[in-house]
Write a protein that binds this ligand. Structure first.
Ligand SMILES: CC(=O)SCCNC(=O)CCNC(=O)[C@H](O)C(C)(C)COP(=O)(O)OP(=O)(O)OC[C@H]1O[C@@H](n2cnc3c(N)ncnc32)[C@H](O)[C@@H]1OP(=O)(O)O
Ligand SMILES: CC(=O)C(=O)O
Length: 533
């Protein structure tokens, strides 16, 4: 069966998404990664739009080493008032040096009248002349028939005549665009089928996601014979975005058995590529994103985990490794013994013949979550619970007392002071420290107490502090959940504390953070080799 050609438009339609802006260097880095994945066409930008995109095409020629992809420049048919010889947009397309050119043209009579404000025949002439001119300059030409599905529903004869005009002028591909993203998959399938009966040029599909159906519409079109699929990485694009190639690709390769990459093994790059583009575009990766999200293969329910341990096919539609992702087993109030057994094994704890102790830990976690803890987001506190109950862990210090005060005098900033009393290695330690807030003062006082015994403590610090009020209706008596994120410069870990008092909750999370760090140092020797799970 013919390979489906992928056209990635992250660098063109993707940048039409609100909040997305890429530098030329960003675009070049993404293009290189797209090529590594095996994308056939990389639509690099709209050279008539801005100098940045012109620069991209210039630099792409010397700075990219492409094994799989052809660089594609995007523009429109000539303007109504120009000729192809004089049209600046058409000139910019040729000047880009791209071997492939996509031109968008109107396929909906309503748009010809309303957006272009020309006669229907003039629009056909614009399409024919532009395609013929680009073909005369030896370019591979893709005609993006804008609003094709809407146009077909309103005036199928005219919509088809735009494709026919492009075909007569020698176009290589015609793309049927669901520009407004409002078409349903059965309608897409039906229209693609009808178009194939009358148009002999290979067909592509370009779907937008306004009804969250862009991926479904793309697959429907491919099933009906479309041979080119357009989309963007993570579905970024104008309004609600474009069809998400990160979902289209594995669906084509693994579900429809329609090859679209050089080999199935290339799928393994998907997760990394998705996260790379999020990072470059300054977007937070979507945890629940199918195939590549952090949660895409995260199993939480005890019944699921029990079955997964027997055979992963019970609750996974594919093996996560195929797309470069990984299975994760979560521990929470919805866990059963299986979740905890799995986690204990991950932590290297011997639980053979200790079912009752594991059950006790399970019940403890369920009780703590009932009280407001959430261990999924605080893996370090969770690990401490495991080692305390199953690993023979001994506390590094015993808490005796603490006091925190805030002071402000007229004309000066508020300061905080913390006093803590601990027993460390059998010695009573009493320290005082100031900070710019109560948590900072507590952190400093705790460090001061621990430093003589564990000097390595100064290689870690807190990076984030979040408080959430639980059960707000109880007003000041409500509990708060404090989440602290810490790092030693190499690894990051999160700890949790819950109390009706924010200082107590903060202390708990702080103490866990330092205990966890020292546990890892003891386990791994060097802070750098901390292995967080
Ligand atoms: C469906 C899509 O996503 S198509 C791609 C959309 N992407 C973009 O528009 C991003 C880049 N765009 C730009 O930088 C600018 O809009 C430019 C450079 C293309 C044009 O800028 P301007 O000349 O200032 O025109 P403006 O943006 O106001 O209006 C668009 C013009 O394109 C014309 N146009 C729209 N579609 C087509 C078409 N298929 N063929 C020819 N001309 C077209 C419009 O009629 C209008 O021209 P007019 O003002 O002479 O009537
Ligand atoms: C061409 C294009 O981006 C569209 O019709 O949506």
């Amino acid at each position: 069966m013919n390979r489906v050609r992928l056209l990635d438009t992250t660098l063109r339609d993707g940048t039409q998404g609100e909040g997305i802006s890429l530098t030329v260097a960003d675009k070049l880095r993404i293009a290189q990664k797209l090529d590594d994945l095996g994308i056939a066409y990389i639509e690099g930008g709209f050279p008539a739009a801005n100098p940045k995109d012109q620069d991209f095409f210039r630099r792409a020629q010397s700075e990219l080493t492409l094994k799989n992809a052809k660089i594609t420049a995007f523009g429109s048919t000539r303007r109504p008032s120009t000729t192809v010889e004089t049209d600046e947009g058409v000139r910019a397309l040729l000047d880009s040096g791209a071997p492939v050119i996509t031109i968008v043209g109107k396929a909906w009579d309503f748009h010809v009248h309303e957006a272009l404000r020309v006669e229907l025949a003039d629009n056909l002439a614009m399409i024919v002349e532009t395609v013929a001119w680009l073909k005369k300059h030896d370019r591979e030409v893709i005609f993006d028939a804008e609003h094709f599905f809407d146009g077909y529903r309103h005036n199928s004869e005219y919509a088809i005549s735009t494709l026919q005009a492009a075909a007569d002028a020698g176009v290589d591909w015609v793309t049927l665009c669901d520009t407004n993203g409002g078409t349903l998959p059965d309608v897409v399938a039906d229209i693609v089928k009808q178009v194939r009966q009358v148009v002999s040029v290979p067909i592509g599909i370009h779907a937008h996601n306004d009804c969250e159906l862009a991926v479904a519409n793309t697959l429907a079109a491919v099933k009906e014979g479309a041979l080119m699929a357009h989309g963007t990485i993570n579905g970024i694009g104008e309004r609600c975005g474009n069809a998400n190639l990160i979902s289209i690709i594995p669906n084509l390769e693994l579900k429809l058995e329609r090859p679209c990459l050089p080999t199935k093994a290339h799928l393994v790059h998907l997760t990394e590529l998705s996260r790379f583009v999020s990072e470059i575009a300054n977007l937070v990766p979507h945890s629940y994103q199918p195939f590549v999200g952090h949660s895409a293969f995260a199993h939480k329910g005890g019944i699921h985990v029990s079955a997964i341990a027997r055979n992963p096919d019970t609750y996974e539609h594919i093996r996560p490794e195929l797309v470069g992702n990984e299975r994760r087993i979560l521990v929470s109030e919805l866990s059963g013994l299986s979740n905890l057994q799995h986690r204990a094994e991950e932590l290297g704890l011997n639980i053979e013949g200790r079912t009752q102790e594991v059950r006790t830990l399970l019940n403890r976690i369920k009780q703590l979550e009932y009280e407001g803890y959430q261990f999924e987001g605080a893996e370090a506190s969770q690990e401490l619970l495991f080692v305390k109950l199953l690993g023979g862990y001994e506390e590094l210090f015993q808490f005796e007392s603490m006091r925190v005060e805030a002071t402000q005098q007229v004309g000066s900033a508020i300061t905080s002071e913390a006093i803590v009393k601990l027993s460390v290695q059998g010695e009573m330690v009493h320290t005082v420290a100031e900070g710019n807030g109560p948590v900072n003062a507590l952190d400093e006082a705790l460090r001061k107490a621990m430093r003589p015994f564990y000097p390595v403590i100064d290689t870690m610090h807190l990076t984030d502090y979040k408080v959430r009020v639980l059960d707000e209706k109880d007003g000041t008596a409500a509990k708060v959940r404090v989440l602290i994120e810490s790092t030693n410069g190499y690894d990051i870990w999160r700890t949790i504390g819950v109390s009706e008092n924010v200082i107590e909750a903060s202390w708990e999370a702080l103490a866990d953070s330092m205990s966890y760090f020292l546990l890892c140092v003891a386990k791994c020797g060097e802070a750098q080799s901390m292995e967080l799970t």
